[in-house]
Design a protein around this ligand. Structure first.
Ligand code: HEC
Length: 413
């Protein structure tokens, strides 16, 4: 496909995906908030079958929301459902995944340094994981384990860890992260489509026919929406993770992903409790401390031990320690960056996929290289994920050379 066309399709799909995702998550946050803030209504409302009510002010008006014990005696003429937000988020997400990572598998999904897959093999693995993930999860939730929420949670987290490990050892780092997101997102939408909406339908039918709904539905729907509550923040992290090679490009990227999933899920717990009037700031403080510990433990330069984590780092540290930096030849730097980067990062890229300089990063001359030095350090020395998939074959000594140049303040002459 023409790269210009792909870029437009990508933009439109991503735009729609973000908008529908906001609508879905927004509605979901709102209803959890609503449910947890309901207050005991006055007696005359209880007599009408109302279980809890709530007053709010927004956009210049007062709102009163009432929740029924089970259901109203007669069905209202208009009943609003919330499902298309979830479905369209999944559909646009799936097309975006297919466009970027399946049509563009050679560019974004396959990393020959990790696994030498063909395009169809990679797509096959990707789809199997997404579909298999749902069936595996659904089976577990329908098993006896469902009665022990805590144990089920631990089993699911263990499986997620195994999956993260497998994906990061099969796909490119970004492809692995995004597939983890696709698996979680598919499970969340599956919960809406297969369990939560059918349980609501059963409730509506019960009201219409005047029969009691099967109580099993209620318990099932509750378990699934609880899971959706705690997977929302991890999923949002994965959606933005593509901007942060410090996470996905790390040698222990799978463990980092799981750590962030746990931290973000626990942070959600603070808000769920707070809605109920239970203040436990310890949860947020704990999550904050865990984030700092994570950041320190995955730092590209070990902050406190001065033990380098990459050979390029080792070199800079050594140079800095001896205070006798060997002066780098700027002409050589310009040559290396031109050879290894300019095929993508130039006014007129020659790369077969990237026809417009990615990220607006132009590395045509030494002044531009100097300007971008901090980001070059971040991507070439710390995260080591540039050149993209090392398509231009940058060598370790070249990285060390760049590291030295930056350590000397990235001189232009
Ligand atoms: C095969 C194409 C390709 C090559 C070669 C390449 N890059 Fe990139 N670069 C990309 C793509 C795609 C992105 C945008 C996606 C991203 O940020 O991960 C990018 C983004 C960047 C960014 C901007 C994002 C940020 O972190 O600020 C920098 C800086 C960068 N590359 C530096 C380099 C350097 C330095 C080299 C050479 C050592 C290089 N790249 C080689 C494709 C390439």
């Amino acid at each position: 496909m023409d790269p210009y066309l792909t870029e437009w399709l990508n933009l439109l799909l991503r735009f729609l995906h973000v908008i529908t995702g906001i609508a879905w998550i927004g509605a979901s946050f709102y209803f959890i908030w609503l449910d947890n803030h309901l207050e005991k209504p006055p007696q005359w409302k209880i007599d009408q079958g109302i279980k809890g009510d709530l007053w709010a002010i927004h956009g210049g008006g007062f709102y009163e929301v009432a929740k029924y014990q089970l259901a109203p005696r007669t069905m209202p003429s208009t009943l609003h459902w919330f499902k298309w937000e979830a479905y369209t988020t999944w559909i646009t997400g799936f097309f975006l995944l297919a466009l970027m990572y399946y049509v563009g598998a050679e560019v974004y999904l396959i990393d020959k340094r990790i696994a030498d897959l063909t395009q169809w093999q990679a797509i096959g693995v990707g789809l199997t994981v997404i579909i298999g993930g749902w069936f595996c999860y659904d089976l577990l939730c329908n098993s006896k384990l469902a009665k022990q929420g805590g144990i089920l949670g631990i089993v699911l987290l263990t499986l997620a860890t195994a999956l993260a490990y497998f994906l990061t050892h099969t796909f490119s780092a970004r492809g692995a992260y995004i597939h983890m997101g696709a698996v979680i997102g598919t499970i969340m939408v599956g919960n809406v489509f297969r369990i939560i909406i059918p349980s609501q339908q059963a409730l509506v039918t019960a009201v219409k026919t005047g029969k009691m709904p099967d109580p099993q539905w209620g318990a099932k729907a509750k378990l699934r929406s609880t899971h959706n509550t705690y997977t929302t923040l991890p999923l949002v992290f994965i959606m933005i993770s593509n901007h942060y090679p410090i996470t996905y490009s790390h040698a222990y990227n799978w463990a980092i992903l799981i750590a962030i999933i746990v931290i973000t899920a626990i942070s959600r717990q603070y808000f769920v409790l707070r809605h109920k009037g239970i203040h436990k700031p310890g949860i947020l403080i704990g999550a904050g401390i865990a984030t700092v510990v994570l950041a320190i433990s995955m730092a590209p330069f070990a902050l406190f031990t001065s033990k380098p984590t990459s050979p390029a780092q080792a070199h800079t540290t050594m140079v800095e320690k001896h205070h006798q930096p060997a002066i780098v030849d700027v002409v050589q730097i310009e040559q290396v960056l031109k050879n290894r980067c300019a095929s993508c990062h130039s006014i007129k890229p020659t790369d077969n996929t990237f026809r417009i300089a990615p990220g607006g990063v132009l590395l045509d001359d030494i002044l531009a290289m100097q300007q971008w030095a901090p980001r070059i350090k971040a991507r070439v020395i710390d995260a080591t994920d540039m050149p993209f998939m090392n398509k231009t074959g940058m060598t370790q000594p070249e990285r060390e050379l760049i590291a030295r140049w930056i350590a000397q303040g990235a001189p232009a002459s």
